[in-house]
Design a binder for this molecule. Sequence first.
Ligand code: FES
Ligand SMILES: [Fe+2]
Length: 365
Amino acid sequence: MDDTRHPANAATAADYRLGVGGVMLREAWYYALPAKALKRGRMLHRTLLGEPVLIGRAADDQVFAMRDTCPHQGTLLSKGKFDGREVACPYHGWRFATDGRCTSIPSQTADQKPQPQDIRATTYAVAERQGNIWVFMGTAETSMPPVPEVPSIGHRLQLHVSMTFACNIDLAVAGLMDPAHGAFVHRSALWRKEGSIHEKHKAFSPLPLSEGLGWRMDRHRASRNSRAYRLFLGGSPETEISYRLPSVRIEHARTAKYNYCGLTACTPVDADRTEVHHAMYWDVPGGALLRAIMRPFARRFLDQDRRAVMAMVEGLAFDPPTMLVQDADAQTRWYYRLKREALTAQAEGRPPRNPIAPVTLRWRS
Ligand code: FES
Ligand SMILES: [Fe+2]
């Protein structure tokens, strides 16, 4: 049945309040950090989905990731030394190759157990794509979904901004995909004014499963209150926006001359904190100067979203009754529905099905 035709009722609200709230979906790629932040021969600590992860770049430029706790006594390996080939634990000097093999246990005599070949550090699959480093949080490496990529100008990463939202991943995601907050949260003379709100009709379709579990707002002419796009790209841009689990929104705007792509990805640090990454690509000429101009805008924009979500988090702490309306909240509903389907499919050991049918949504924004 067409999900969006349901009246906004208590059952639907319950879906989003209770159904999958805050669960950190596994078997998925998560944005870890921009590739530029990881120099050759260096390693960093990240907490992803509540797990300590060491991410490093070896002398041969390959990125790797392993669980950031020493198999011996749990010390953070990232506090140790890395010579570009092996990580050495700071406590008793056990050494690990980038594929997790233990290569040395200094305290052991030749006849004692364990020997290095008996020990392995847990590793994670990583991918470096289009200037981003992704970590696969899961075990089913044979059936990994594709690494998220922006279309056509993936070699033109210009800017990355990130911010931590003090909330679970669901509230961060819902806050970013919501289509009706622009005029209120991002109010500005350049961007949007409340008075510019008008009715919109947008066609949506499910993403092919080969691209992940998600949907797409089909290519359309950018709305007349998207002034920033117009200024930036010149002419009259067309946009397409896709969303796929667990948390990746990709927007592509283009005119006859130029392209802009934005990739937004939410990565849970843990159940109550979410890192929101925004990577921006464009082929508009302007180099470092344009980046310098865009950076404060991008940060301000993301911070506006953050503050809006924080105000919602504060309200939700009182456990108020809430509702989802049609059609402005349809995407929020889809998000929870797809997440529930992903969790059910994982529990049942079957591939997920996409329950979204092509539909045109109408709302005012
Ligand atoms: S805790 Fe790492 S070597 Fe002992
Ligand atoms: Fe926003």
